[in-house]
Write a protein that binds this ligand. Structure first.
Ligand code: BEZ
Length: 327
């Protein structure tokens, strides 16, 4: 009798363990706006593979590139309700909700992609991520980026005056809107995947863009003047829904955090590795190039800083960190 009772208890415990094991197995969904061939998308796929492997096949991740789940504002809402588990998001959308992130877009905060990557790997940048759970209900696990911002246009831009009145495509976020407004341009917020047609049909005169996207999405077919300005970095963040995060065991959190951080690091180092070759490739195109530096944008920068110095108090700490990294 005693043996039967022990056996029954053991069977019950075993089936409970099995149920809880199955309760933890998940097919996560990860959304992002970049097209499938973009490094963010290929690293998202690589993250999915690594997580599947390292969880012994227990977890899988379905990746939805190219804005299949909506734009970033819509994805943030889905992440907040737990309808979406993970995303790689531009900091653009985060800065619309947490102005302190606007500091990362300070014009000429960094000198180029190597400096940008070093700043994004710093503790000062990591401290910004700690604002995310309380302020937007997302857990930020690390930064990625694309290359520095440039201005591709249908007619030449050779001085700050040439921006006046130009309809200029921007990624939809406030720090960049304020920068171009200060140049005298008319910013036209528009998602990445709508830019080619907008240039082709003359809806915009110029676009704010990075070398990689210009090449992948062939924007140079529709505009043949490029201002190589390197005026801003363009960070990305890998996030998990706060609601989903709370449901995960500490082992799963650790696994997701380390695995995603590894693939975000591949994005940072990937853009560092590609930048010079992409610039060289663009310089070979049938395209007229002008170069610009902080002096070129001086008046616009003064105006931007008057607004964002107040809105993003962490700008000072980031500047100090950026200066330390220059030495
Ligand atoms: C953009 O909006 O310009 C953009 C967004 C994500 C990756 C690259 C560019």
């Amino acid at each position: 009798m005693r043996l039967l009772k022990t056996l029954t208890l053991a069977t019950a415990a075993a089936s409970l363990a099995l149920v809880s094991l199955h309760a933890q197995a998940r097919d996560f969904r990860l959304g992002l706006i970049t097209p499938p061939q973009h490094l963010w998308s290929t690293e998202a796929e690589a993250f999915a593979e690594s997580l599947h492997e390292r969880s012994g096949g227990e977890h899988s991740v379905s990746v939805f590139p190219g804005q299949q789940l909506g734009n970033e504002a819509q994805m943030v809402q889905q992440l907040q309700t737990g309808a979406l588990d993970m995303a790689f998001l531009t900091i653009a959308e985060i800065s619309n909700r947490i102005p302190d992130f606007g500091a990362l877009y300070a014009p000429y905060l960094v000198d180029g992609v190597d400096h940008a990557a070093a700043l994004l790997r710093s503790d000062t940048a990591a401290e910004l991520l700690e604002l995310m759970p309380a302020e937007v209900g997302l857990v930020g696990l690390g930064y990625g980026m694309v290359g520095m911002r440039q201005v591709l246009s249908r007619s030449p831009i050779e001085s700050l005056d040439d921006f006046r009145g130009k309809r200029l495509r921007i990624t939809p976020f406030e720090p960049i809107r304020d920068f171009y407004t200060a140049t005298g341009a008319a910013p036209a917020p528009m998602p990445l995947l709508e830019v080619y047609d907008a240039l082709a049909n003359g809806q915009v005169d110029a676009i704010d863009m990075d070398f990689d996207s210009i090449l992948i999405l062939k924007f140079h077919e529709q505009a043949n003047h490029l201002l190589i300005s390197n005026h801003m970095m363009f960070p990305m963040v890998g996030v998990v829904s706060g609601r989903v995060w709370r449901e995960l065991s500490s082992e799963d959190r650790e696994l997701i955090e380390t695995t995603m951080a590894e693939h975000l690091e591949n994005v940072l180092s990937g853009f560092q590795a590609m930048d010079a070759a992409q610039e060289a490739e663009i310089r070979e195109l049938d395209i007229r190039i002008t170069e610009a530096d902080a002096d070129f944008f001086r008046e616009a920068i003064v105006e931007w800083e008057a607004t964002w110095g107040e809105k993003a108090p962490r700008l000072e700490a980031l500047r100090e960190e950026a200066e330390r990294l220059r030495q």
